[in-house]
Design a protein around this ligand. Structure first.
Ligand code: ADE
Length: 418
């Protein structure tokens, strides 16, 4: 078996951590039990490009239990948990190509190693597998039934391919399932981003001016959690509707230029490039902390910051201090990569439980229906989304009410008014 990881001797630590996460993934556990019996993914090669975390390990183990041959590579050079990679290779015989801190060349070589297994299903977090296949490995397409995409940024890239009429196989946008983005993006990113900022800096959140760029589901989550810890939260947006929502949610909203003068901490979660750039760095306070929790490391213009600086030094793990030509310092966390996965452990397992239940069931769906799907971006079927919500509630021991027959009829009729 070919693989490329940091050190297989880390497997024991990885195993304990994977088992710990599994305790918080009851829905995925139920799916794994069913997959073990039914083997719905027999004779299916799955190439997965995901953050190599304890939660992803439990997904990979589930897919393997369902009969799949799984190969895994990282979806970000800084997010790999090396002990997890070691355990998957040693204890589960799942080939992994991922090392925390790998350079860009190695990152793409690992993607290529993963694609060498000629997948029937692709599983992406950010669409790097799909884009590599479309750019360089089109010979693989004849074996591909379809693929899944985990994140907002990836779905945006896939929809761009579809709009241009260039999408070459069907994809399921796992991100768009309600049981994914309403929980993972909001509560997962919310908690893990604040966690990453605190682990890397140990700053006091209470009383700090905390600027959130982007008020999508991820931005909302971060803003809410930062407020919960006593920060004064400011939202910067380009979409008038989201800006209005932020105002009525009780935040102060202003332009990023105005916020640049006031902020102690800045987080980008927009999915777009050069959100924090020269014009903002110039206005920031001495000691400002900037980081990104969007998928790619393009949201902070680090090149411009480098050009404006006379010195750069590492002052703590995951903190680079840039000294500008005056003498002002700006601290960049996690090299501008996803701070929640670079400096913390990513989203907690309880929330990844639902995201990865969607992934596992979407794979099963592709295997069953792949031949009938068009080269389009599909939603996760609604019955799967609802089933996952139901199972999660059950695992929490929560019972909810059912509509009576009279109520059901009322909801499908138009005749009765006041
Ligand atoms: N994305 C965010 N958090 C994650 C986690 N814990 N595992 C896999 N992907 C993630």
């Amino acid at each position: 078996m070919k693989y490329h990881i940091k050190d297989v001797k880390l497997a024991k630590k990885g195993r304990l951590r994977i088992e710990w996460a599994n305790e918080y993934m009851p829905v995925l556990t139920l799916i794994r039990k069913r997959f073990t019996k039914e083997k719905p993914l027999k004779n299916t090669r799955i190439a997965a490009c995901l953050h190599v975390t304890t939660e992803t390990a439990n997904l990979a183990i589930t897919l393997k239990a369902g009969g799949a041959d799984v190969t895994l590579c990282a979806s970000n050079p800084l997010s790999t948990q090396d002990d997890v990679a070691a355990c998957l290779v040693k204890d589960y015989k799942i080939p992994v190509f991922a090392i925390k801190g790998e350079d860009n060349k190695t990152y793409y070589r690992h993607i290529s190693n993963t694609l060498d297994q000629r997948p029937n299903i692709t599983m992406d977090d950010g669409a790097d597998l799909v884009s590599t296949i479309h750019k360089k490995r089109r010979n693989l397409i004849r074996d591909i039934l379809g693929g899944t995409e985990e994140t907002t940024t990836g779905v945006i890239r896939l929809r761009a391919l579809q709009e241009k009429g260039k999408l070459l196989f069907p994809l399921i946008a796992v991100n768009d399932a309600n049981t994914k983005h309403l929980f993972d993006n909001r509560y997962g990113t919310g908690q893990s981003t604040v966690d990453g900022i605190m682990r890397s800096t140990n700053i006091l959140m209470a009383g700090c001016v905390f600027v959130v760029c982007g008020y999508g589901w991820c931005g909302r989550g971060v803003a809410n959690r930062a407020r919960g810890m006593g920060a004064n939260v400011t939202i910067c947006e380009t979409d008038p509707l989201k800006a209005l929502e932020a105002i009525m949610d009780g935040y102060s909203v202003m332009s990023l230029k105005e916020a640049s003068r006031k902020g102690d901490v800045f987080v980008t979660l927009t999915g777009d490039i050069s959100v924090l750039r020269k014009e903002h760095f110039m206005l920031m306070k001495d000691g400002a902390i900037i980081c990104n929790s969007g998928h790619f490391n393009v949201e902070i213009d680090l090149r411009a910051l480098g050009e404006m600086s006379k010195k750069k030094r590492r002052v703590r793990e995951f903190v680079e201090e840039y000294t500008l030509k005056g003498s002002k310092r700006i601290n960049v966390l996690g090299e501008g990569r996803l701070i929640n996965l670079a400096a913390a452990e990513g989203h907690p397992a309880s929330v990844m439980d639902m995201s990865f239940a969607n992934q596992a069931m979407a794979c099963e769906y592709i295997k069953k229906n792949g031949g009938r799907l068009e080269n389009k971006v599909y939603k996760v079927p609604e019955d799967i989304d609802r089933e996952i919500a139901g199972l999660k509630l059950k695992s929490l021991g929560v019972k909810i009410d059912r509509l009576t027959d009279k109520q059901k009829i009322y909801l499908t009729s138009w005749e009765s008014g006041t």
